[in-house]
Ligand binder design. Structure first.
Ligand code: ATP
Ligand code: MG
Length: 390
């Protein structure tokens, strides 16, 4: 269901719904509640980060028709916090309620091949690639795709389900190791750095974009995302334009994050998109006037989109479960007082009771008066946490 241009917004006090109870759902709840909305979360887990703060937690499978109907009965608008939600669940909700984003947009982001096609159709450049459904496809693909990266078309995240392959032979082995799951082979790009852009597009097609953040990964997981104004204007402008074109092309409603590669020759290629707020956009909670999570609530409620301008140069440092263990593997609590003693810091923890290695437990947002002060503070926070090389 879409809204007509003249439709009145959903007023504070109304219920908004979210599929998924992870940290993105939790921060969505908090932002929606700050605007006066009530939130219902659908997640099968007994306890989960969003369920703990939601006004109602419906514990059921994401494709449970009765649970979806209960959510629809409660909430005038529903969103998702993860892309592997069954697209059919969003379609079912959309019969009677606002579902933003639409199941179709989420389905595109679930499949790297469909995603690449959509991105290209929107006029946005991507890395050279080929669909690999069989060993014969590997035999037939051009030499220019090597060295490359073989990625499963579906269910990859944090660098999982992918392998760097120097040659066709290595690609054959890697494809075998993935048990022949449908894949995409991408030519390895000469990366200078990686950025992402978050956009919000409302139910009438109006949209806004945030300044890009530069992403630093460690062991395939986002470690640090920095919005310090250091991306040259030409590149930032291109990336923001591409992300907005993509949202228009998908007739997207909600918050969308697009990851880009900036190549050594200055070209900007889109890598992938997430149909939801993104880890690399967490800096907007403290660095921008309106956060990505508040935009998600505003889109659903039919309220005007908020300002995306930066208040200060900002960065987001991820807190992985590893920090809860000392060098000998003994459990410990990170030095939160030490972190918060660094000026310009704000701590966001997700309420997860069990710390596991590589598990996202929270993040610290760090602000500085200028880029130099920001980087000095990032170094101080990293030192307190024992992340000496951030
Ligand atoms: P995430 O969940 O962290 O976004 P992912 O599993 O979805 O990761 P990608 O974002 O596609 O996978 O790839 C992970 C990382 O691998 C990229 O951030 C980039 O550093 C590197 N990478 C991926 N594709 C290429 C490429 N074609 N050329 C060079 N590097 C690449
Ligand atoms: Mg990625």
């Amino acid at each position: 269901m879409t809204r007509a241009a003249g439709d009145a917004p959903l007023l504070p006090g109304a219920w908004l719904g979210v599929l998924g109870g992870g940290q993105l759902g939790r921060m969505f709840c908090q932002a929606a509640q700050a605007l006066g909305y009530r939130v219902a979360v659908l997640d099968p887990a007994q306890t989960c980060p969003a369920g703990m703060v939601a006004d109602e937690h419906i514990r059921a499978a994401y494709d449970d028709p009765a649970a979806l109907d209960r959510l629809a009965q409660r909430c005038a608008a529903v969103t998702t916090e993860f892309e592997n939600v069954p697209a059919d669940s969003l379609r079912r909700l959309a019969r009677t309620r606002i579902a933003a984003p639409a199941g179709e947009a989420v389905a595109v982001a679930q499949d790297r091949l469909a995603e690449k096609s959509y991105i290209q159709a929107a006029g946005v450049p991507v890395a050279a690639h080929a669909a690999i459904g069989s060993a014969a496809d590997l035999d037939a693909c051009p030499d220019t795709l090597f060295p490359g990266i073989l990625k499963t078309a579906r269910f990859g995240y944090d660098g999982k389900g992918q392998a760097r392959v120097a040659s066709r032979d290595e690609a054959r082995q890697a494809f075998g190791a993935l048990h022949g799951a449908p894949c995409i082979l991408e030519a390895l790009q000469p990366l200078d750095y990686e950025i992402s852009v978050v956009v919000a597009r409302d139910l009438h097609g109006r949209s806004v974009s945030y300044p890009p953040s530069r992403n630093v990964h460690r062991d395939g997981i986002l470690a640090l995302s920095v919005a310090d104004g250091s991306v040259p204007d030409g590149i930032a402008g291109q990336a923001r334009g591409h992300a907005l074109s993509l949202a228009d092309h998908l007739d997207y409603h909600g918050v969308l994050c697009v990851e880009f590669f900036v190549l050594r020759d200055g070209r900007v290629l889109a890598n992938e998109m997430a149909p939801r707020p993104h880890n690399s956009g967490h800096y907007t909670q403290d660095g921008c006037l309106v956060s990505q999570f508040e935009q998600q609530a505003r889109v659903m409620a039919g309220l005007p989109l908020g300002g995306t301008e930066m208040l200060r140069p900002a960065a987001m440092l991820n807190l992985l479960g590893d920090l809860w263990f000392d060098a000998q593997g003994r459990p410990r609590e990170p030095d939160w007082a030490g972190v918060l003693a660094v000026p310009g810091t704000r701590l966001h923890l997700y309420g997860k009771s069990e710390a596991r290695r590589a598990r996202k437990m929270g993040h610290v947002n760090i602000l500085g008066a200028d880029a130099a002060q920001l980087h000095a503070r990032i170094a101080r926070v990293s030192a307190v946490l024992g992340l000496s090389d951030a």
